[in-house]
Design a protein around this ligand. Structure first.
Ligand code: PGA
Length: 250
């Protein structure tokens, strides 16, 4: 599975970042899962030098990327810089970024910058709420279609989709999605993808689930739901908790 730890802004000390990184390296070196850590941008710089030298299994991710291409853009972290630090994956369109005004157009542009630099965008989609009439499906379709329509066929095949229902983010494992609902959603997302790719190519796109994932629910959410991995927030910032989570899906 592809297991991505999105540290968000939880980690504020170098010592904690290093401890999480050492532990994640150990998990990645087992080779059973593809492990990615997505620290805050300055911590990518802290972790990157050793990674580039030793080329270990652990992959680096970024939580966001600039919509600009760099240059006279105060405060921006452009795709070229991330690539140079050894970043492989870039999370784009996380609901916490969308809540700050990031439109589908911006998400698309960011995904293109990542792709143009040989990094894999993890495109986040997910509804705010569930309603009995299932209008939430339209919301997910619209988010997914907006990005896919703007990418070339080759680009579409190299993205990762993270389904993260907003109502399930940052809660307890009791409020995470049920395996049945997740399985339905994965089928739905793959169905939407058929509009944008030939034949059975939609089956090859990796789909992650995110939202209140921890070591107590990963196993049930992974079994038979059709997901290819997890995008983990809070639980990825606890050394023992993240190790237990990875072990639970092994
Ligand atoms: P959470 O966050 O695991 O803390 O719910 C998931 C995410 O937003 O990526």
């Amino acid at each position: 599975m592809l297991i991505v730890g999105n540290w968000k802004a939880y980690v504020e000390s170098k010592a904690k970042a290093k401890a999480l990184c050492v532990s994640a390296k150990r998990l990645a070196s087992k080779g059973e899962h593809e492990i990615v850590i997505a620290p805050a941008a300055p911590h990518i710089g802290l972790i990157a030098p050793t990674k580039v030298e030793v080329k270990e299994a652990l992959k680096l991710g970024a939580q966001d990327v600039s919509i600009t291409v760099g240059g006279a853009e105060t405060g921006e972290v452009a795709a070229g810089l991330l690539k140079d630090l050894g970043v492989s994956y870039v999370i784009v369109g996380h609901s916490e970024r969308r809540a700050r005004g990031e439109s589908d157009e911006i998400v698309t542009e960011k995904a293109r910058h990542a792709l143009a630099h040989g990094m894999t965008p993890i495109i986040c989609v997910g509804e705010v709420d569930r309603d009995p009439e299932a209008h939430y499906l339209k919301q997910v379709r619209a988010q997914l279609s907006a990005v896919m329509a703007a990418l070339s066929t080759k680009e579409r095949l190299s993205v990762v989709i993270a389904y993260e229902p907003i109502w399930a983010i940052g809660k307890s494992e009791l409020e995470a999605i049920t395996p049945n609902d997740l399985a339905e959603m994965v089928l739905y997302i793959r169905k939407v993808l058929t509009d944008f790719m030939p034949g059975r190519a939609n089956q090859k796109v990796r789909i992650l689930y995110g939202g209140s994932v921890d070591s107590s629910n990963t196993r049930t959410l992974a079994a038979g739901t059709g997901i290819d991995g997890f995008l983990v927030g809070r639980a990825s910032t606890d050394v023992a908790g993240f190790a237990a989570l990875v072990k639970a899906v092994s």
